[in-house]
Design a protein around this ligand. Structure first.
Ligand code: GLN
Length: 570
């Protein structure tokens, strides 16, 4: 280890997945940051994918994109939102990256003829990455979230790397287990046994947790804290109660009720010489969001429904959070509605999950009740015609519309078809043979796709765009040049720009070489808010710094709601 005295806190999950390890990690990061420390957060994903880019959102939730263009786990989005800083590539580690590097090194004789093995070589490569991330971030403390649950075969090597780091630096490494305490409905009693078992299993790896964050529906009582403490070898005050709460942004404040920050600094033997803000702004933000009375109804039209509604919010998590932050800033609460684009496609005979048969199709006028509509990013054919109908409805009925990436491309397809009267206009992603490819594949992308080179090959990460004066985009950003994160293979076809512009559409954001259209909008005398972006503004929205485009969109939605209410009253 290069930097002496650097502190590492490993966060591992017990009992089951999905209990909020990512939010716990983000919250601990926030607390320590609030105490004046530079903290870097690392997410370890034990899968063999080199990054998250090739994974379907129904499998793994949203693919979050860093400034650098790295496609990673949605937890990285949580980290950025809580910490309010930009993460580095080194803050993300997958088994795929680790193995790829070790195997490449072996092929290059990097191990000088040695037999290359999981231990020590894979283990040491993991440690190298963790230490390097700390160095590059210049942090005092690293928080490392090990994905998966204790007992998974996949994360054993990461546990082993963590154990050895602790052996070598006994005063500088801590372990926190985020566990779950079920309350079986029939018993009505909170059970600690699964947590005890998870700790035993962790002990079998040679690791003793220093602290247990106990997730449950309700707060832990004294008796259960004591029981966990006795059976798991931790002190009672190191058992932190983490009940379900309304907003994840309250978690740091909740943890602080148990003095988690001070306890961690004691455990790490850190003298509290730093001056922090102690979450001052964060507390104001949380207080505000809890006081909100008004609401606004926002529809998100997606397609990743296939594993049930549960996955949906995961697949679009950054969009939802971006909507929330702008809403909170404007003092409204967002009611978010999930609309399945497929519902608006022609009524087709269907066999439903219960075995019955019928026809399904929803009337587009059902959209009337929403104050704003978002079509977020996406890939492929499913739900396209439904999305086009939704966009047409928003445009014609002057409902505020925000199109994100695919949502902008499809807005252009819709505009070409129904305003410019180019009936067969399409994106070549769906119809490669269309005579009117208003959205075309980027030339450098074509070859990659033909060669099946899909991993990390899209146009990814931060690129600048120049904004046109006098436009909606420019007024919202209040800047001439912006930088936003991208993830796409297709783009507006330059051969159609003139037609679009003559037909009333404005390209208010373009790449510096003017070859890529980054923002398209309708003038405000035509439509109060109809705007699409080729990039993903949602990746840069933060609780304390809401994104201007989302704020503009929500403002328009609130206005729409007011004018509708008035009309209904008359
Ligand atoms: N499928 C489109 C493209 O690749 C849009 C991508 C997206 O929405 N992120 O260009």
């Amino acid at each position: 280890m290069k930097k002496r005295g650097h502190k590492y806190i490993f966060i591992v999950g017990g009992v089951m997945s999905g209990v909020g390890k990512g939010v716990a990690t983000s919250s601990i990061g926030k607390i320590l940051q609030g105490k004046g420390f530079i903290v870097n957060l690392i997410k370890i994903d034990p899968y063999l994918n080199v990054d998250a880019g090739t994974m379907n959102p129904t499998e793994h939730g949203e693919v979050f994109v860093l400034n650098s263009g790295l496609e990673c786990d949605q937890d990285m989005g949580n980290y950025e939102r809580f910490m309010d800083h930009e993460l580095k590539d080194e803050d993300y580690i997958t088994s795929g990256m680790v193995y790829q590097r070790v195997i490449e090194r072996e092929r290059n004789l990097g191990y000088k003829g040695k037999c290359v093995e999981a231990i020590p070589h894979i283990r040491d490569e993991i440690t190298r990455r963790i230490v390097r991330a700390a160095d590059l971030n210049g942090s005092h403390i690293s928080l490392i979230e090990i994905g998966g649950t204790i007992g998974d075969y996949q994360n054993v090597m990461f546990m082993e790397a963590a154990r050895v780091l602790k052996v070598k630096n006994p005063d500088d490494v801590l372990f926190i287990m985020v566990s779950f305490l079920p309350i079986p409905a029939k018993l009505g009693e909170m059970k600690t046994r699964p947590t005890q078992n998870a700790v035993r299993q962790l002990n079998s790896y040679g690791i003793q947790p220093d602290m247990i964050i106990a997730r449950s529906e309700v707060p832990l009582d004294k008796k259960r804290k004591e029981k966990i403490a006795i059976s798991c070898n931790v002190r009672v005050e190191h058992v932190i109660s983490a009940p379900d709460i309304e907003s994840i942004y309250e978690v740091p404040i909740n943890f602080e009720k148990d003095h988690l920050g001070e306890l961690l600094l004691d455990l790490l033997k850190i003298k509290r010489t730093r001056r922090g803000t102690d979450l001052k702004k964060w507390r104001v933000f949380v207080k505000r969001l809890k006081e909100i009375k008004q609401s606004v109804d926002i529809a998100i039209v997606g397609k990743y429904f296939d594993t049930g509604d549960f996955m949906l919010s995961d697949a679009y998590i950054s969009v939802i959070e971006a909507v929330k932050f702008s809403c909170y800033k404007l003092g409204v609460h967002p009611n978010i509605y999930w609309i399945n684009a497929k519902d608006f496609e022609r009524a087709v005979p269907r066999r439903f999950p219960d075995g019955s048969q019928g026809r399904q199709g929803k009337k587009i006028s059902a959209l009337k009740k929403y104050d704003g509509i978002i079509v977020p990013g996406g890939f492929g054919e499913t739900g396209i015609e439904g999305k086009l109908k939704v966009i047409r409805f928003a445009r014609e009925n002057k409902v505020p519309y925000l199109g994100l990436c695919y949502g902008m491309q499809l807005a252009l397809v819709e505009y070409a078809r129904n305003v410019l009267n180019i009936k067969d206009a399409h994106t070549v992603e769906i119809n490669p043979k269309t005579k009117n490819p208003v959205i075309d594949i980027m030339p450098e992308q074509k070859k990659l796709v033909e060669e099946n080179k899909y991993g990390a090959t899209m146009r990814l990460g931060a690129y600048p765009a120049h904004l046109k004066s006098g436009t909606l985009a420019r007024s919202m950003y209040n800047e001439k040049v912006i930088s936003e994160r991208h993830r796409h293979r297709y783009e507006v076809n330059l051969n159609y720009i003139e037609k679009f512009e003559k037909g009333g559409l404005v390209f208010s954001g373009v790449s510096p070489d003017r070859k890529l259209m980054e923002i398209a909008e309708l003038p405000q005398n035509i439509h109060p808010f109809f705007l699409g972006t080729q990039f993903h503004p949602e990746f840069k929205a933060r609780p304390l710094h809401p994104h201007p485009l989302f704020t503009g969109f929500i403002k328009a939605a609130v206005k729409h709601k007011r004018s509708h209410k008035k009309k209904r009253k008359k």
